[in-house]
Design a binder for this molecule. Structure first.
Ligand SMILES: NC(=O)C1=CN([C@@H]2O[C@H](COP(=O)(O)OP(=O)(O)OC[C@H]3O[C@@H](n4cnc5c(N)ncnc54)[C@H](OP(=O)(O)O)[C@@H]3O)[C@@H](O)[C@H]2O)C=CC1
Ligand SMILES: O=C(O)CCCC(=O)O
Length: 485
């Protein structure tokens, strides 16, 4: 192992099942690589059907007592977990950067971001209210109560290996559910370290189980096993559709946070400096590998030249490098497949007539230099697909109607951004955009208090915020008769 942590026992390589760190029954392992240099960080035991089934059984057993705890007891255990994450943030940061590649400052930011969901839902656990409804039949009373759904499967991606899991486990546990988690095979170590800290916080055995390895077997067991009553997933739209269809066989509830294709629109009356600052955050965070990244940048003709000039300067200042090097702003992409795909997208745009401007010679390996694409058109792949890399295609537009039509012309609808000052324009555009999250004069649209989720093929359900608990609760009506004599 190439990581030197203050607490090396945070580096776990076994599955977490029923509070025990277990090997896979067939003893097989898979490699976790550092995307920056391709070196092996760890070999992790590869779980399959049997381990997943054991994990589900353990979650079912633990559910019996976990759901009976008072909200305050669950809240206080979640807060202990939050505190331990804060205490171990430097080790968690090292693990995250090693397996994911993002710069240390971003990794640290992600861990705080994820921990904030835990704190938020520890607080919200105490606010799971019911309701009363006026009765229609004499002598009756009607109540609405909320209760946990049961065993929840959480499948998470590699782009935010800490925060995406925290954002799912925290509301699930706050509501009284237990979980079986399947983190991405590229980045299991952050998830396993979170599991270890949850164990140290006193969250009982079986409440959080973590398996990774044989993806298809794990996915099949999680979606077919009737004990699992809900599946929550963040990842690609293609896999989300498959998991939704597979979950329908046992009518599981699902929450799907899937891909985006965010428009980033700058109107003539926008503050260009603010817009550039917002674009840098939205486009280049995590080397462009977020589902809410600006994907298509629309600039109105009146400020087009000014904007392009300024964005070229901003991009030329970005530093690409290993995430552990001081000053790095753009780390590597997650793997060779991802970097090949982004290079192919750039080539496709170039062949179709785009001017390709990079700040420096494109580096090798999984590194991609921040790239501007000018003279683009909507037949290019970069307009239709999630780029998931530090590539910014810019297109000029003339009218509000034209840009709204173009922005909405995608089957997905996760995030959108626009910069404008006219209040009428702001309202009209906010209402017209078919996206679940809209940033107006800002490139930052997510924190634990804002509902996160999309429309159309970007999925269903919302994470975080006061709405995020409902996705983990069943509503039950109680109609009570024989009350009035
Ligand atoms: N919305 C978002 O935040 C994300 C969007 N994406 C988009 O998807 C593209 C491809 O990325 P990719 O990593 O392949 O994304 P995937 O959707 O394949 O992976 C996300 C998670 O789903 C798991 N998974 C994949 N197939 C199954 C299955 N049959 N059953 C159960 N779990 C499964 C993966 O496991 P394993 O790692 O073992 O394959 C991983 O944990 C990206 O370029 C990007 O466009 C990707 C990640 C996040
Ligand atoms: O890419 C994602 O799936 C999540 C984006 C990070 C965030 O803003 O929550």
């Amino acid at each position: 192992m190439s990581l030197d942590l203050k607490d090396n026992t945070l580096l776990k390589t076994h599955a977490l099942i029923d509070g025990q760190w277990v090997k896979s029954s067939d003893q097989t392992t898979f490699e976790v690589l550092n995307p920056s240099d391709g070196k092996i960080i760890a070999n992790v035991y590869s779980s399959g059907t049997l381990e997943t089934s054991n994990a589900i059984n353990s979650a079912e057993l633990a559910l019996k007592s976990w759901r009976k705890l008072t909200a305050k007891q669950r809240s206080s255990l979640l807060m202990k977990w939050y505190d331990l994450i804060a205490e171990n943030i430097e080790d968690l940061t090292q693990i995250l950067t090693a397996e994911q590649g993002k710069p240390l400052a971003e990794a640290r930011g992600e861990i705080k971001y994820g921990a904030n969901y835990i704190k938020w839902f520890a607080e919200e656990a105490k606010r799971i209210y019911g309701d009363t409804i006026p009765h229609t039949l004499p002598g009756t009373r009607i109540l609405v109560t909320k209760q946990p759904i049961g065993v929840v499967a959480c499948i998470t991606p590699w782009n935010f290996p800490n925060a995406m899991l925290a954002r799912k486990i925290a509301p699930a546990l706050a509501a009284g559910n237990t979980v079986v988690c399947k983190p991405a095979n590229e980045t299991p170590l952050s998830a396993l370290a979170l599991g270890e800290l949850a164990h140290r916080a006193g969250i009982p055995a079986g409440v959080i189980n973590i398996v990774c390895g044989k993806t298809t077997e794990i996915g099949e067991e999680l979606t077919s096993n009737p004990i699992v009553r809900k599946l929550t997933f963040t990842g690609s739209t293609a896999v989300g559709k498959k998991l939704t269809a597979d979950s329908a066989r046992t009518m599981k509830r699902t929450s799907m946070e899937l891909g985006g294709n965010a428009p980033f629109i700058i109107f003539n009356d926008a503050d260009v400096n603010d817009a550039i600052a917002g674009l840098m955050i939205s486009k280049f965070r995590n080397a462009g590998q977020t589902c809410v990244c600006a994907n298509r940048i629309f600039v109105q003709s009146g400020i087009y030249d000014q904007f392009v000039k300024a964005v070229k300067i901003a991009i030329s200042k970005l530093k690409v490098g290993d995430g552990t090097e001081a000053g790095t702003q753009i780390g590597p992409l997650i793997n060779e497949r991802a970097s090949k795909n982004v290079r192919a997208l750039i080539l496709d745009a170039h062949k179709k007539g785009a001017d390709v401007l990079t700040a420096e010679e494109s580096p090798t390996g999984n590194f991609i230099a921040p790239t501007l694409l000018l003279n683009t058109s909507d037949d290019m792949r970069v307009f239709k697909e999630e780029i998931f890399g530090p590539v910014a295609p810019i297109i000029k537009f003339e009218t509000e109607e034209e840009v709204i039509r173009a922005a909405n012309n995608t089957p997905v609808g996760l995030a959108a951004y626009f910069y404008a000052r006219d209040i009428g324009l702001i309202w009209r555009v906010s209402e017209a955009l078919d996206f679940g999250m809209v940033g107006v004069n800002t490139g930052t649209i997510s924190d634990e208090m804002i509902p996160f989720g999309g429309m159309k093929e970007s999925g269903q359900g919302r994470e975080g915020s006061r709405y995020g608990l409902d996705d983990y609760l069943e509503m039950k009506s109680l109609t009570i008769g024989g009350i009035d004599k």
